[in-house]
Design a protein around this ligand. Sequence first.
Ligand SMILES: *Cc1c(COP(=O)(O)O)cnc(C)c1O
Length: 374
Amino acid sequence: MSDGVPASAAATVDVDRSDAEYRDWLKDAVRKVQADSNRSADTHLLSFPLPEQWGIDLYLKDESTHPTGSLKHRLARSLFLYGLCNGWIRPGRPVIEASSGSTAVSEAYFAKLIGVPFIAVMPRTTSREKTRLIEFHGGRCHLVDDPRTVYEVSAALAEDSGGHYMDQFTYAERATDWRGNNNIAESVYEQMKRERFPEPAWIVATAGTGGTSATIARYVRYMQYDTRVCVPDPENSCFFDGWVRGDNEAFSEGSSRIEGIGRPRMEPSFLPSAVDRMMKVPDAAAIAALRALERVMGLRAGGSTGTGLWSALKIVSEMAAQGRTGSVVTLICDPGDRYLDKYYSDGWLTAQGLDIAPYSQTVDTFLATGDWTG
Ligand SMILES: *Cc1c(COP(=O)(O)O)cnc(C)c1O
């Protein structure tokens, strides 16, 4: 004690949990996820043909061309990197997700890539093709009867297994790099650079987690663009009512028929204050727009693409009526081959009591004459 340290000084308490084996695993897992991205090309920005003299251009960002077929490939990559870098995803421990399907398909792919088990908790009504895809990627499907229970069932499964509940509905908005890093918004603006109206008047994005619309809206504000963001909502979803009333406790009964979008509760990743405008789009109108997409461009897509396209066409019609020129961008969220027994089946439409004829008439009349009668 000759150096003056009092004899009563407490010893430093020190707990070191660093684990060389885990860190080697982690490095390799992060590298594999980044390598997947490095091997992938950007998705196309397709042009939806409109009469040249309208002076309005409509574009579709085709997110169906990701390796796992939907815009959820971006989200799954971000969630895996976030979970890995936070130390939440561990070797040998399962990753569990509450999903209506697309997120689970992409997450099953990334789980397999880094070698961890994957369990998807989803409503029993999810399309069979998506269940098949999850299992194809080595995931397991845990089906529930009441869609509102997916969150608690996922949390319980994670608790019991020592795994990680990914929770896309909470973390989608924060796991994504909204300032850039080739997120969907930055990619759209890059691809718009040589168009005649490079800064879109409107970007239309539907909401499931709300993460895509939050990322786009934040990026637009951060880059000081004038672009406005519109979120169309399907039937059986609370987002529209909650946004209009400013009510974060809004909820809706039943579950959305448009897979991937429309939620029974205001999800934490949905950022109402960043959204400029919302529309409530009838499901029959969405499917009419979807069928028009095939007639006009020879493309089949999922239902949410139809909800977005209907809304984008309505915005184009307003701009045309006001004599305004400019561009509008919406998304192809996933491919139609997942829904041949739903949106592309007339039997399904009849069983659901959906009559798309009047909406198809609206779209066809609009594309032929510029008049919107809906
Ligand atoms: C998730 C999803 C959306 C909406 O994207 P979010 O970023 O979750 O709001 C739209 N379409 C499909 C098919 C989806 O799976």
